[in-house]
Design a protein around this ligand. Structure first.
Ligand SMILES: [Zn+2]
Ligand SMILES: [Zn+2]
Length: 310
């Protein structure tokens, strides 16, 4: 069994899925945000400004900044309805149509009668978007909140802005519990860059597609044909004879996680491949793979469902 990211045809394209500009509360104009990502070696970017009335409900049009091997996907960070803690939902939607209808979300606080978080997430998915539950730890998301977003494709498990700005980058706890409830979700790492602090170029996705074009990238994201990283690269994952085989850029740890406390780690020096037995995961419906380099930078596979190889 080989996860689809490594069987799909094409190559991996590097992209950031969560970014803000002066069209909401970012400090750089859309053109300069795109220029910087392209200059840093990214193949694509989704500008996802805050979709609220305060900013006139922007779906920032980045089409003019495509070219020279760089492309963009339209999107937004959606806000409507209250989470359990009374604060406004944050939902990442990549691949929105430019005429996506505005909710009644005047600013960063919930108001009576507006769409719920689950409702606006579903509307985004129905409109063709890849939908992710944004920064669960930063939001103070409860499991009831997380469960309610049926439309999600993924959980944002690493948010670089939340790492730099408040040391609350995490979404893995939420994701792992949802997986163990049977929710077949993927994961993503993003920047959530606003450029008012060192919140950029820290977490991204590597998406497998034949061409670096918005429609192909979006389809690959929705199919889970990608992995997420802070730097290391996953070249191949394969499960054969109850062993997991990994090929990757040089790392010092390969770790597999599953349900509950199930995990196995292999440590070493400059490892570019590894093989780990899966006996520890007999009771787990899913596993996922982390690799970590000598500097502590990590890459993460999407979850792999064990009924595909048991
Ligand atoms: Zn947010
Ligand atoms: Zn954001």
């Amino acid at each position: 069994m080989i996860p689809s990211a490594f069987t799909a045809s094409g190559q991996f394209w590097r992209g950031n899925l969560h970014t803000h500009s002066t069209n909401s509360d970012g400090v750089l104009a859309p053109e300069e945000v795109c220029r910087r990502y392209q200059a840093e070696g990214y193949d694509f970017l989704a500008l996802t400004d805050h979709f609220i009335g305060l900013y006139n409900y922007p779906i920032t049009d980045t089409a003019a900044f495509r070219g020279d091997g760089f492309t963009t996907i339209l999107g937004a960070e959606l806000h409507s309805g209250a989470m359990k803690n009374g604060e406004l939902w944050h939902i990442l939607a990549v691949g929105l149509p430019s005429d996506f209808a505005a909710p009644n979300s005047p600013a960063f606080s919930p108001v009576d009668g507006q769409e719920t978080g689950p409702e606006i997430a579903q509307r985004a998915r129905d409109a063709g978007a890849y939908v992710a539950i944004a920064h669960p730890q930063w939001s103070g998301l409860t499991m009831d909140d997380a469960r309610s977003i049926d439309a999600a494709h993924a959980v944002e498990v690493y948010n670089h802005g939340c790492a730099m700005g408040c040391d609350r980058p995490d979404g893995f706890h939420t994701l792992d519990l949802l997986l163990s409830e049977g929710k077949q979700l993927n994961l993503c790492a993003t920047d959530d860059a606003h450029f008012y602090e060192p919140d950029h170029f820290g977490g991204w996705v590597m998406v497998k597609a034949e061409k670096n074009e918005p429609e192909q990238l979006l389809a690959a994201l929705k199919n889970g044909n990608y992995y997420s990283t802070q730097g290391p690269n996953l070249h191949h994952i394969e499960i054969k004879d109850r062993q997991l085989h990994v090929e990757c850029s040089s790392v010092s740890a390969i770790i597999i996680q599953g349900q509950g406390s199930a995990a196995v780690a292999k440590h070493g020096h400059s490892m570019t491949k590894g093989q780990i037995g899966l006996g520890r995961f007999d009771a787990s419906p899913w596993i996922r793979v982390t690799i970590m380099d000598a500097a502590g930078k990590k890459a993460w596979s999407n979850p792999i469902w064990c009924d595909e190889f048991k």
